[in-house]
Design a protein around this ligand. Sequence first.
Ligand SMILES: Nc1ncnc2c1ncn2[C@@H]1O[C@H](COP(=O)(O)OP(=O)(O)OP(=O)(O)O)[C@@H](O)[C@H]1O
Length: 608
Amino acid sequence: MARQRLNSGDTPSKDLPKPKLTKATLRKAIKLLVYLRPYRTKFIVGMVFLFLSSLTALTFPALLGAMIDAAQGKQSYSWLPADIRSIGIISFIILFVQSLVSFFRIRLFVEVAEKSLADIRRDSYYNLITLPLDFFANRRVGELNSRLSADLSQIQDTMTTTLAETIRQVVLLTGGVCLLFVVSGKLTLLNLSILPVLVIIAVVFGRFIRKLSRKAQDKLAESNTVVQETLQGISNVKAFVNEAYEAARYSRALQSVVKIAVKGATYRGVFASFIIFCLFGAVVAVIWYGSALVALGDISVGDLTTYILYSIFVAGSMGSFPELYANIQKAIGASERVIEILDEQQEDVGLLEEDKVIKNPIEGHIAFENVSFAYPSRREITVLKNVSFEALAGEKIAIVGPSGTGKSTIASLVLRFYKPDSGRVLFDGREASSYPLTDIRNQVAIVPQDVLLFGGTIRENIAYGRLTAEAEEIITAAKRANAHDFIMDFPEGYDTLVGERGVKLSGGQRQRIAIARALLKDPAILILDEATSSLDSESERQVQQALEELMKNRTSVIIAHRLSTIREANRIVVVECGQVVASGTHEELMDKGEGLYHHLYKLQLADR
Ligand SMILES: Nc1ncnc2c1ncn2[C@@H]1O[C@H](COP(=O)(O)OP(=O)(O)OP(=O)(O)O)[C@@H](O)[C@H]1O
């Protein structure tokens, strides 16, 4: 029987949705079984052991009944000696075999489940990281991550225990019912007329109580939100002298928790009394009728004992089915979602080391020809409209324009995070789509606005640009990026841990690490998404110097926010509302007079 809880201590997996079992959902879930294939021999042996241990469990009631009969000088079965000692020894031998078989069964199942689950985890992770960016735009990454881990834990639970438990209970139930008939048909008919009714009532009632318990949890969560909100905004609460208001709000929330919990407890009490009454009632009925049969000489005392023990087995199996079924349902739902991720269309990026070898070197000439683009998640808004520009190999090209006009989108198209809806992106005069994705991304580096570092050491973070880099190369890159000195100022130098997402470093330091990373990658094309957050003038000078170093000898696309930094660019492309409205050198654009560039430039000068 599923145990009820009226508190909020359930694990997240308990909240996993339970889909209806249909052919389609089953077919999807079954797809995951291919992951068992490499371990099928162990799985089959485990299954055989499982059957053996369930079957041996079924012998005990018969043996114990025979032992009681033997005590009264009766022989229950012709194949079993009628002396207590022999039956006791046989029981212990079977018990020993059962323990041994159970050990191997558990060991094998867990091994198979863990190994195949590791394969599923690895494949879903591989798939996830090779999915196009658009997939992530439509989902919250945290949610995706916790969903996936809850789903996988559910599948793991099912593979390690639920599956085995279900098979065991099916064997015990069918074997138990058959043996009940063998021992006494009359008693079994009585039993079978009571037991299923009880089980059905218990399941329906159980569901009702479970609903109540969920409501209690929701209410508790609501009251916790009050605490959280109040504490987060404690200064507001105090400033408005609203302590009394918040206390009353919390107290109201608590009252509703108590109300629903007490209601739940009432039903639970009724349920428990009902179950106790019925359960013991059934036992009394069976023993009553059984004793009458013994008195009539219809069955022996040993038979009655055997019978009662089998009844306990059968009742236990019946009671365990609702929870097992619910777990299987959840696992099937979980498998469906995992399969969805496994079936998503991946990008054609390779995961092998040799995929990092560049097969089509790019010199650095970039051209956009009438490129139009709308994000797949927001098709109705055309972000880029007929955008055309060109940067020769080694040139510096700047893209400027107001916020939200599509500058970063241009960068995403260069990196081929997305494909244009119409028009062409060309590298060295060849269409981008004719290059393997890995070739493009291996030769384009981006220094983004918000530099994200991984939680390891500075050395590892720089090496992310080229994982095979030697220690010396990392230091050279850091020196060129103006980062070496500040790194050496840390007691642990290059082994300093940067903290989660690089929080232990300042914005300017993070940027210089990102520049060192890009230097190490040594790309043909560089995209600089200039930081909008202002650094102090010393950091800005250091970052600027590092950027100058980085831009040497390669094509640079600078998404510029500070126009002062791009005066020297070979070409400045002015974008407004997704369209190129002007392009030329700084002087040419300024000479034009009242254009957008002129306006923006004047605005920035005025700000200084
Ligand atoms: N992944 C996305 N899905 C849907 N729309 C997006 C996505 N990313 C950006 N956009 C939208 O596309 C438009 C252009 O965004 P983009 O980031 O390219 O502008 P930007 O010029 O770089 O802005 P900023 O100067 O503020 O960085 C915006 O309206 C933005 O809301």
